[in-house]
Write a new protein. Structure first.
Length: 496
């Protein structure tokens, strides 16, 4: 008897990953990504960032071919397909589903003036109450740039889509999108619960440019005969889930309910929390999107906090401060005897560009409180990790002001979450329990597909086998020390 599998794709800006998940056990049986070196980002001008969508398709094929060979699976064994993707990208196709230009991806900044002009012209109250964000540098603003700078090309556009919508189109020949996807492009009106006509009208976009809307968890389309022949899949296989990378990361960590938090802390850091009522930050220091389980009759919003200066600070400390050749694990041992609060040393970790949480100010990284007679490399190393945690907590306070009751933080056991000092400090300051799991985006997308096609009933069943690696509870005896150190950090930030 053959096994039954779910297939998940994760379309990133550096690679496309594919994973096969065994339906019965919930375990990942094979994963692969291409290219092995980071994918090319085309930057014709400073601040621009584009990719050719065709390369995503080629990488998806290569990744799929490898996992099928590794697992011995056949197309008949795959019961559903899910897709995770880099958020905020713009893909434009004509009536024949041919791509008209390279995708303008998430880290391209050319559209900032178009978003700012819309925000100023339409008014902050209108934008925030309907979109929950400023139009900013998101997909709609990117399309406005195309309309203004490439008018002949713009006239040929039949549909616009996000990177995940594109991969689904290539698999099925069907163009559609989700409310969650439209919300991340600033094209969903949360007050009127429909595409954001007022913003489309402002930019001069016909609503027909938006693809048909399908539920995030549903049989959205099916693998076409031509794609099946090209990929070795079975024609008719349902494509039953898609989500942007941050909402999907939350899904992968079984974060669905109000007050639950998903966090990552790589080069930059993300805290993504679920809110159960419509709200927004009046200063736009965090972004708010429809979460994967948002529906017109169920308010589930994902509040996204992004901190640029997180793991990149820890890496800088390792290169420039720590003893030469030391590993990250050794760094944690090296500083374990430094007390909470680093004996008065604080580091403001914002040395990787402007920070949205600081209202787009670029304040840089600064070190305070050094005493030459008692402080050492170890104090700087600990102060760096504490500073990263404090920046997370600073943003989480905004989420709490929006009505989020943060009690639990879910994270993958990777990057900064490998550090005991980082984890204990985060639990100590926030008062939240931290749960560490073994998962990734493509595995989450596969399980999302299982939910969308009815193999799993709700997230409880889909993630019942999610492997919990560790639980970190707040140390109540040390709580006062952590909070005092955080208070000192905030005082020093306020003076910058």
């Amino acid at each position: 008897m053959s096994r039954q599998y779910l297939l998940g794709f994760d379309v990133g800006s550096s690679s496309v990953k594919a994973s096969l998940v065994d339906v019965e056990s919930g375990s990942c049986v094979a994963s692969a990504f291409y290219p092995e070196k980071e994918a090319q980002i085309i930057a014709v001008k400073t601040g621009w960032a584009e990719q050719d969508p065709q390369t995503w398709w080629e990488y998806a094929k290569l990744s799929l071919k490898k996992i099928m060979a590794e697992s011995g699976a056949t197309g008949d064994d795959i019961k559903a397909i899910g897709i995770s993707y880099q958020m905020h990208g713009l893909v434009c196709v004509d009536k024949d589903q041919q791509v008209l230009r390279n995708s303008i991806i998430w880290c391209d900044s050319r559209a900032v003036p178009y978003g700012d002009d819309a925000f100023n012209s339409l008014g902050s109250e209108k934008c925030l109450s309907h979109l929950l964000n400023s139009p900013g540098n998101f997909t709609a603003a990117k399309l406005a740039w195309v309309k203004d700078n490439e008018p002949e090309l713009f006239e040929k556009i039949d549909k616009i889509m996000l990177p995940g919508d594109y991969l689904a189109m290539r698999l099925s020949g069907t163009v559609n999108t989700t409310i969650s996807g439209l919300s991340e492009g600033m094209m969903w009106d949360f007050k009127d619960k429909r595409p954001a006509k007022f913003l489309l009208d402002y930019y001069g976009f016909d609503e027909s440019l938006i693809a048909d809307i399908v539920p995030t968890f549903s049989i959205q389309s099916e693998v076409s005969a031509s794609a099946a022949a090209e990929l070795g899949l079975k024609a008719g296989t349902p494509i039953s889930y898609r989500g942007g990378d941050q909402p999907n990361n939350a899904l992968s960590l079984n974060v669905f309910n109000p007050g639950e938090i998903a966090s990552t802390a790589g080069t930059s850091g993300v805290v993504y929390g679920v809110l159960g009522e419509v709200n927004y930050d009046k200063k736009s220091r965090v972004n708010t999107f429809a979460h994967v389980n948002y529906a017109e009759d169920l308010t589930r919003l994902g509040v996204l906090l992004c901190i640029n200066g997180t793991g990149i600070l820890n890496a800088w400390i390792r290169r420039n401060v720590a003893p030469e050749g030391i590993s990250y694990a050794d760094m944690n041992t090296f500083m374990e005897n430094v007390p909470i609060g680093s004996d008065g040393v604080t580091i403001i970790p914002f040395g990787n560009g402007a920070e949205r949480v600081l209202e787009n100010r670029e304040v840089g990284c600064s070190i305070s409180g050094i005493n030459f007679n008692k402080h050492s490399k170890a104090h700087l190393m600990r102060a760096a990790q504490e500073g990263i945690v404090f920046s997370f907590c600073y943003g989480m306070e905004i989420m709490q002001q929006m009505g989020m009751d943060i009690k639990k933080i879910h994270a993958g056991k990777a990057n900064m979450f490998l550090s005991d000092i980082f984890r204990n400090t985060l639990a100590g300051v926030s008062g939240a329990t931290i749960e560490l799991y073994e998962t990734d985006g493509s595995v989450g997308a596969a399980k999302g597909a299982g939910m969308g096609c009815g193999i799993y009933k709700y997230n409880v069943e889909a993630f019942s086998t999610l492997k919990k690696l560790a639980v970190i509870e707040p140390d109540e005896k040390q709580r006062a020390a952590y909070l005092n150190a955080y208070a000192v950090w905030k005082e020093r930030l306020a003076k910058i």
